[in-house]
Design a protein. Structure first.
Length: 257
């Protein structure tokens, strides 16, 4: 079956399963399974967000260490070349902030690299374009993926303006050791999209995201709706920027430059 036929069949199957009622991406996302269970130990927030204190990082090697922590925590395969899978990576100022108000920053800023991950937008276009509800936003603002509902159409990749999603062109399990680095976290399969999930599985058991723990205080994480949270206090005391704010996605990741 070619790609068009596969997507058409998937749509018809979904239409049949919901009793012939056409649902929007937002409606499907509201009932998407695969939510992370909570208990009395779970960390809670109205909207999770992150603040990166870039001035306290020494360079690419610091971000590479955090990327490796994320890779091991979530069994992210190491695939070289353009079809690599990334949850946490870094890039130059010009590529990370192409629409920065100041197009002539100081030499330190211009020559620095900045960490990248899913922005967990408050108005995520990836959720709106997903035809099956595989991509959905949780009640605490995390943009998550239900890998069992992903049909590999890659509409979410086209809709994401930040390049934060990766497609498994190859079986990712072939690029992982046996057993995988973290047997407690599910591995993915060929033909699905994946990305950073703000370590929702760790929040559900009372633990902070892996990159936050490994950053030694250089990445702050907390409730953006709470004025007394660590991220909000840092944003009130420092100048910060977000990626492509003019698009109206309202990213949940801030950078203190």
């Amino acid at each position: 079956m070619n790609r068009r036929g596969f997507i058409k069949t998937a749509w018809l199957s979904a239409f049949t399963m919901i009793g012939g009622t056409a649902l929007s991406g937002e409606a499907l996302a509201g009932v998407a399974p695969g939510r992370y269970g909570r208990n009395e130990k779970s960390l809670r927030a109205k909207r999770w967000g992150m603040v990166v204190k870039t001035r306290e990082f020494g360079g690419p090697e610091d971000y590479a260490l955090l990327a490796e922590v994320c890779r091991k925590e979530h069994n992210v395969p190491r695939i070289d070349g353009p079809r690599n899978v990334k949850w946490f990576w870094h890039d130059t100022f010009a590529r990370v902030f192409p629409d920065a108000v100041n197009d002539r920053p100081d030499e330190r800023t211009r020559s620095s690299v900045f960490p990248l991950l899913c922005n967990h937008c408050d108005n995520p276009p990836c959720v709106r374009v997903c035809p099956t509800g595989a991509t959905y936003k949780t009640e605490d603002g995390i943009v998550a993926i239900d890998y069992h509902r992903c049909i590999g159409c890659r509409f979410c990749m086209a809709g994401c303006p930040y390049g934060a999603r990766s497609f498994n062109f190859k079986d990712p399990r072939l690029f992982l050791p046996d057993p995988p680095p973290n047997p407690a976290f599910p591995t993915r399969m060929i033909g699905v999209v994946e990305k950073c999930n703000f370590c929702a599985e760790r929040l559900a058991v009372g633990r902070m995201p892996a990159c936050v723990e490994a950053s030694n205080g250089r990445i702050l994480f907390g409730d953006l709706e709470d004025p007394e949270s660590t991220p909000r206090r840092a944003l009130a005391e420092n100048y910060s920027i977000r990626r492509k704010p003019s698009l109206g996605t309202r990213p949940g990741v801030y950078y203190i430059i």
